[in-house]
Design a protein around this ligand. Structure first.
Ligand code: ZN
Length: 123
């Protein structure tokens, strides 16, 4: 038996509020571990290296290296590693050229904001 349901709910931003504010402005914020100093993007509540709480934030430069890229039914997506942070994130790569190996975080006005990439400016 198949039945469609609709959910209407609101989630508070909670501890992710600084990160979400950064996404809206195109600024990459990473959570930081107070014990080992590692920065995590996307942010984590606890450090996977030393298990200490991540209770601080640091601004990254916003640049990221493309690790993997794929095109699915919902568009182009890339797994990227942001400069200066541990971990990898999945982001919308619709605005990136197919051969891009570098990108920067794009400002996102969606609610909630999503990770989206744009080409890194030429230097
Ligand atoms: Zn740590």
């Amino acid at each position: 038996m198949k039945q469609d349901i609709t959910l209407n709910y609101t989630l508070g931003e909670g501890w992710l509020a600084p990160w979400l504010d950064g996404l809206r402005e195109g600024k990459a914020l990473a959570s930081t571990c107070k014990e080992c100093g590692n920065a995590h993007f996307p942010p984590l509540r606890a450090c996977p290296t030393c298990r200490a709480p991540c209770d601080g934030w640091c601004a990254l430069n916003g640049g990221a290296s493309v690790v993997y890229r794929t095109t699915g039914a919902d568009g182009d997506f890339a797994m990227v590693r942001f400069d200066g942070a541990c971990g990898a994130a999945i982001a919308n790569a619709q605005a990136l050229p197919p051969d891009a190996t570098r990108a920067i975080l794009a400002p996102c006005r969606d609610a909630p904001p999503k990770l989206a990439l744009i080409p890194e400016p030429e230097t």
